[in-house]
Design a protein around this ligand. Structure first.
Ligand SMILES: C[S@@+](CC[C@H](N)C(=O)[O-])C[C@H]1O[C@@H](n2cnc3c(N)ncnc32)[C@H](O)[C@@H]1O
Length: 249
C-alpha cells in the first residue's frame, strides 16, 4: 500500500471512530435526559402521594411509593432489615406503630411464626388489612400503644420503629415498661427514633422529646439490662437505633 493510500485509510478510520463516539455520546445524553425526566416525575408523584398526610388529613404515612422517591428514601428499608436480625422461624413478633403494614408484610411475616401489628390510626390499619389479607400469620389491630393492651401477652421480638417521637415524655417510659413485661426473658426490643434537633424538621406532628442518644439510653436502661444504640444511615435527619435485651425481672 502506498503511503498516500495508507494515510487515506487512517483518515477514514479516524472519521468513522469519531462518528461512533459522537453517536454513543448522543445516545447516552438522550437516555440520561429521558431517565432524568422519568425519575423526576416519579419523585414528584411519590412526594405528592406521601404528602397526602397533611393535605387530605390522613393520619398515617403511606410508604407504598417511597421507592420512587430516590436513594434517600431507599435507605428507609434499613429499619425493616435491621428489625429482622433477631427474628427466627419460631418468633412471635409485635410491630408497634405499623402504619400501613408494609414492614410487617414484607420483612417480618415471611421470616417468623406470627406477627401482631398495631397502630392507633384506624384508616392505616384498614388499608393494611385490605392489602395484606392473604398473609396468614400477620394480624393487624387498631390499638393505642399507651392505653390499650397488646394483642398477646408474650412476644419474642418487639419492633418500635419511628413511634416514640409521637409520645409525650410521660408516655415513653410507660410504653417501654409495657414492652419489658410483654417480652420473653430472651426477647428483644428493636427500634429507631429521630433525635432532636434534626427531629424538629420531622413532619407529621411528631413531638420527639428525646434530644440525645444518652437520654434514650438512660430511659431504656430502666427496663433492660442490655441496651445498644447505633446511628441510622438515613440522610435527611439524625436518627438512632436501639436494641434492648435482658428485660429486667
Ligand atoms: C412515622 S410512622 C412509622 C411507621 C412505621 N413503623 C415505620 O417505621 O415506617 C408512626 C406511626 O406510629 C403511629 N402511632 C403514633 N402514636 C401511636 C400510639 N400511641 N399508638 C399506636 N400507634 C401510634 C402513627 O399512627 C404512625 O402510623
Amino acid at each position: 500500500m502506498t503511503p498516500a493510500r495508507s494515510a487515506l485509510k487512517s483518515a477514514v478510520w479516524a472519521v468513522y471512530r469519531t462518528g461512533s463516539a459522537c453517536k454513543a455520546q448522543v445516545v447516552r445524553l438522550t437516555l440520561g435526559l429521558l431517565t432524568g425526566l422519568v425519575s423526576g416525575l416519579a419523585r414528584w408523584l411519590s412526594a405528592l402521594y406521601a404528602n397526602n398526610w397533611g393535605l387530605l388529613r390522613l393520619t398515617y404515612y403511606d410508604q407504598l411509593y417511597n421507592v420512587l422517591g430516590g436513594p434517600a428514601k431507599w435507605l428507609w428499608v434499613e429499619r425493616g432489615y435491621l428489625a429482622c436480625r433477631d427474628m427466627t422461624p419460631e418468633s412471635v413478633v409485635l410491630d408497634i406503630g405499623c402504619s400501613n403494614g408494609i414492614y410487617a408484610a414484607y420483612f417480618y411475616a415471611p421470616r417468623v411464626k406470627a406477627v401482631d401489628a398495631i397502630d392507633c390510626c384506624l384508616p392505616a390499619i384498614r388499608i393494611a388489612q385490605r392489602r395484606y389479607a392473604n398473609i396468614g400469620n400477620l394480624c393487624f389491630a387498631g390499638a393505642d400503644v399507651v392505653k390499650d393492651p397488646f394483642p398477646s401477652p408474650r412476644y419474642d421480638v418487639v419492633v418500635c420503629n419511628a413511634v416514640i417521637e409521637y409520645l409525650t415524655p410521660d408516655e415513653i417510659p410507660v410504653v417501654f415498661d409495657k414492652i419489658r413485661l410483654a417480652l420473653t426473658s430472651d426477647g428483644v426490643l428493636i427500634g429507631h427514633t429521630p433525635i432532636k434537633p434534626d427531629a424538629a424538621s420531622h413532619q407529621f406532628g411528631s413531638t420527639s422529646n428525646i434530644n440525645s442518644k444518652d437520654k434514650l439510653i438512660e430511659i431504656l436502661s430502666q427496663c433492660f439490662d442490655t441496651v445498644e444504640t447505633w446511628p441510622s444511615l438515613e440522610t435527611t435527619r439524625t436518627s438512632v437505633y436501639f436494641r434492648c435485651s435482658q428485660p429486667r425481672r
